[in-house]
Design a protein around this ligand. Sequence first.
Ligand code: NAD
Ligand code: TDX
Length: 349
Amino acid sequence: MKIILTGGAGFIGSALARMIINETDHDVLNIDKLTYAGHLESLESIAESDRYQFEHVDICDAETINRIFDEFQPGAIMHLAAESHVDRSIDGSAEFIKTNINGTHILLEEAKKYWQGLENEQKENFRFLHVSTDEVYGELGEDGFFTEETPYDPRSPYSSSKASSDHLVRAWHHTYGLPTMITNCSNNYGPYQFPEKLIPVVLLKALQGKDIPVYGTGENVRDWLFVDDHAKALLKVVQDGVAGETYNIGGHNEKQNLEVVHTICDTLDELVPKEEKYRDLISFVTDRPGHDFRYAIDASKIERELGWVPDETFGTGIKATIEWYLQNMDWVEAVTDKNYNLERLGTKK
Ligand code: NAD
Ligand code: TDX
């Protein structure tokens, strides 16, 4: 298959690009604007493959997207490009609206024009996979899980922009017949995650001997999914998923934030021991505005219909992640250089 991948220089997109090149026969054309979160350093291991191409493009640039569809003639598009950080969406929502909503709209329009020109099997088999988040469903209390039928109730600028894009994707299927699919997944973690999200922030602050910021009481719950498990699920969906369907993807790894922070601190005590315990650096800070309490995914549909289950437990995945960061501090320095110094985000009114 020939696949257009958007956002392939980001955290999940680069894991997916590496997996497509290393573990399948598909060709991939990566479209990425290279924002603060997109880095070609994450793709060095596949950059020379003759099945991999890169175009430095903003998904809001309709003319260039049109040219790329015409020239590359894809069998599928996997759309991951987005502004992805909740805290940044609190400080400023404009880029979220532009990329997540307008950008998705432009991709849908250009994909529709291209798809309408296809014939027979090519037309029938074409897929537009939109990668979205469980945050569109809102928050859960102590019990329950998000299913594909859970009503939308997004509560942050980020999640409402993703919910808007999901609605557009469904509308293009319903109205024009474009063979779209949506996946909604829980919190990813693993190698190459930009150090603004909880796990790399905690790890790097701890290694620097600085305060580890835990928002509120640290009791909020997230359902952690190892990034390569997510990439495998996305490949299953693009290859075997049914047009018009939604698939929830989750790792069955619900943890309170404080538990995650403790695990990182205790692993560092083993791997990089210091006189003081890393847990002593934990600092409870003002809560995130509108902080969703709990997310948890019911992933039984994708297991039942496509045979996907995650390989990693949180225990194995977090150890591999911490070891990767310890061995790849040059990557951390390259992607954060003049870009971000781990300051607190998401508090601007
Ligand atoms: P990321 O922030 O690491 O990467 C986003 C990528 O998109 C970057 O390479 C960036 O340069 C690119 N990009 C941003 N704006 C663009 C534009 N206008 N045109 C072209 N490229 C642009 O994000 P991620 O964590 O890899 O997330 C990927 C997707 O998965 C997003 O759609 C996100 O909403 C979704 N998602 C992420 C998680 C998670 O835990 N990280 C969970 C659920 C869903
Ligand atoms: O320094 C921190 N301290 C802290 O306590 C940071 C960065 C976060 N937190 C808390 C807030 C959340 O409860 O940790 C939890 C996880 O926070 P993030 O890593 O920012 O992720 P979250 O807001 O849950 O959103 C993530 O999962 C869903 C991704 O960023 C989204 O792109 C995805 O859609």
